[in-house]
Ligand binder design. Structure first.
Ligand code: IPM
Ligand code: MN
Length: 370
């Protein structure tokens, strides 16, 4: 009997269901082509369910998710619900409770994708951001008092402990080693102002590097400078490691340098548990129902999912198909400007996956081998 993977599928809000549908097509085509099975379980978490039931995630959901081999997520967030409720109640809760402590975001420019940086091409933009995914300003530590008065006080605190920093750094060092590209790990911080939190990161970085990763070159950049170099000299980067908040910000910048939210995928990874994969661009509600959104980010997320499950060949087929479609078919990666509908783009990828693609690429969507 061939192996069957149990995948939880959360369509989510806005264009989530449209892109997930295409990602599932690619996933199934890859599984068929490589001789394994995928068993999908759908979950309707999102704005609609919240408005109907008053709860973002049912209490049983986290335990339910633990039973799967991986999770594929469309997007969370909708204008009908106040900002923060669904994001915290679904996305962040799953990230935290499933201890998906790595948010892996490859920044890779494929040939034919539009890059907004003058004189930069695919040979210059191919790195991975390792964003810590459980700490920092995202922990919710803080509070408000005297709300609504002229003396209102609001606080929200960046929180890290050594354990969180160490496990994230170790993952990033190991990834730099596995990529065998430039054998370089850059820490992105702000040691000149955040003299507690990024001092902790910086010391842990140095100590771990000296003790265990003598083969990996270390670099350090302040976050503001990181943004500048990501535009001016993106070819310097191989693996960047950073805290949750800076990682959130710099990966939107990275995404636009690889052609935009239509192509940018990420994985919320628990190396010893259940990981969750998503397009990083959000639910884009204004495009919902138009069959116009680009599904490639979700399709690349499905590729990362397979890669993390150890299905390197299947992941390679998806990436090869995406590369071919981007290079030879799409007019643009932007919603409504692709020259094809969401469904057509998904079909083109699935056909190529099924038709047998080239040998697996060493860096399918840029993520590490388990
Ligand atoms: C992301 C998103 C989320 C984040 C939001 C929706 C909570 O921006 O995945 O980058 O801030 O992590
Ligand atoms: Mn973000």
């Amino acid at each position: 009997m061939s192996q069957v993977y149990n995948i939880a599928v959360i369509d989510g809000d806005g264009t989530g269901p449209e892109v997930v549908r295409e990602a599932v097509k690619a996933l199934q085509a890859a599984a068929r082509a490589c001789g394994f099975g995928v068993n999908l379980a759908r979950y309707d978490f999102g704005a609609e369910r919240y408005l109907r039931t008053g709860e973002a995630l049912p209490d049983s959901a986290v335990e339910e998710m633990r039973k799967h081999d991986a999770i594929l997520l469309g997007a969370i967030g909708h204008p009908t619900v106040k900002p923060g409720i669904l994001e915290k109640g679904i996305l962040l809760r799953l990230r935290f409770e499933l201890d998906q402590y790595i948010n892996l975001r490859p920044v890779k420019l494929y040939p034919g994708a539009e890059c907004p940086i003058k004189n930069k091409g695919p040979e210059h933009i191919d790195y991975v951001v390792v964003r810590e995914n459980t700490g920092d300003l995202y922990t919710g530590v803080g509070g408000v008092s005297l709300k609504g008065t002229p003396h209102e006080v609001a606080m929200q605190t960046s929180v890290y402990n050594r354990f969180q920093v160490d496990r994230c750094l170790r993952y990033a060092f190991e990834l730099a080693r596995k990529r065998r590209k430039k054998n370089t790990l850059a820490l992105c911080g702000k040691t000149n102002v955040l003299t507690y939190v990024y001092d902790l990161w910086e010391r842990a970085f140095r100590e771990m590097g000296d003790a265990e990763f003598g083969d990996i070159k270390r670099e350090y950049y302040h976050v503001d400078a990181t943004c500048m170099w990501m535009i001016k000299n993106p070819e310097w980067f191989d693996v960047i490691v950073t805290g949750n908040m800076f990682g959130d910000i710099i990966t939107d910048l990275g995404a636009i340098t690889q052609g935009g939210m239509g192509i940018a995928a990420g994985g919320n990874i628990n190396p010893g548990g259940v990981s969750m994969f998503e397009p990083i661009g959000g639910s884009a509600p204004k495009y919902a129902g138009q069959n116009a959104i680009n599904p490639l980010a979700a399709i690349c997320a499905a590729g990362m999912l397979l890669d993390t499950l150890g299905r390197v060949e299947a992941a390679g087929k998806i990436e090869a198909a995406v590369i071919e479609v981007v290079a030879t078919r799409l007019k643009s990666l932007a919603a409504g400007k692709m020259g094809y509908s969401t469904t057509e783009v998904g079909d083109m990828v699935a056909e190529r996956v099924a038709g047998g693609c080239r040998a697996p690429q060493p860096e399918a969507c840029g993520n590490p081998r388990p």
